[in-house]
Design a protein around this ligand. Structure first.
Ligand SMILES: [Zn+2]
Length: 252
């Protein structure tokens, strides 16, 4: 069983061998009003670390856009177009037309840039973590430099979509029913990736990625706040959208 104490030890081991314990935090499904958002904003304001908010262009509500724009720690990335499943849990199945999908993603990106300006980064997060590789050239033509569509538990294997680099996450804190996965799985996933990085078994420049959903069980955010504290004590850091873009540019 992996504990918080194991995390503390692993973070220290990483620092000792010169591996900076860097992280990135992706929160999916933002854009529309929801009664559970005020709690999320309180957490964002308390932790004060960078968070990449995956916003659905088709859901953008003016009030929510203001909440996001008013927070310096939030970077915005694009989460699909309208978050519609064309077939079982994917907005981008292979059978869809390339031009239509390209136009949809393109108008979504235009909207994201218009609303969020320099808080928007060319990073694409497909809903349900899936996009057919067929649409890689559309992402590339639209200027996306990175995409994030995997909860990676094993070694990193190149699955770039052409020139669009993959930056995975390593743990999804949410399980079906918006339930937190629990500290044990949460910590085990994070420690596993940190250990792999320390031992040279994970890609050296990819940060440890953690995925949350603002609507999840608040207990998950207790764990995130605790993680932020542990990372800070260990001298680690959290990547923002600009860091992820730079990492993608240097990822082979
Ligand atoms: Zn989603």
């Amino acid at each position: 069983m992996t504990t918080w104490s194991d995390l503390r030890v692993e973070l220290a081991e990483c620092t000792k061998v010169g591996v900076c314990p860097s992280f990135w935090w992706r929160d999916d499904d933002l854009g529309r009003q929801d009664s559970r958002l005020p709690l999320f904003w309180r957490i964002v304001d308390r932790v004060k670390v960078p968070i990449c908010a995956a916003v659905v262009p088709g859901w953008i509500d003016v009030g929510i856009a203001d909440e996001i724009r008013g927070r310096t720690t939030i970077s915005v990335v694009q989460h699909g177009s309208s978050h519609v499943a064309y077939c079982k849990l994917t907005e981008y199945p292979t059978f869809r037309n390339k031009k239509i999908v390209g136009d949809e993603i393109g108008s979504g990106w235009k909207r994201i840039k218009a609303v969020f300006g320099d808080k928007a980064f060319p990073i694409f997060v497909p809903p349900w973590n899936h996009i057919s590789p067929k649409f890689g050239s559309e992402l590339e033509d639209l200027g996306f430099v990175a995409y994030s569509s995997r909860i990676l538990t094993g070694p990193w294997v190149n699955s770039n979509l052409g020139k669009v680099r993959e930056i995975p996450v390593h743990v999804n804190t949410t399980r079906p029913g918006a339930i937190y996965i629990g500290d044990e799985v949460f910590l085990e996933s994070i420690v596993r990736h940190l250990r792999a990085r320390r031992k040279g078994l994970a890609h050296p420049i990819i940060p440890t990625g953690v995925l949350t959903h603002y609507f999840i069980d608040p207990v998950a955010f207790d764990a995130m706040e605790k993680l932020v504290d542990y990372v800070q004590i260990a001298g680690g850091r959290w990547c923002d959208g600009s860091d992820i873009v730079n990492i993608a540019a240097n990822l082979n």
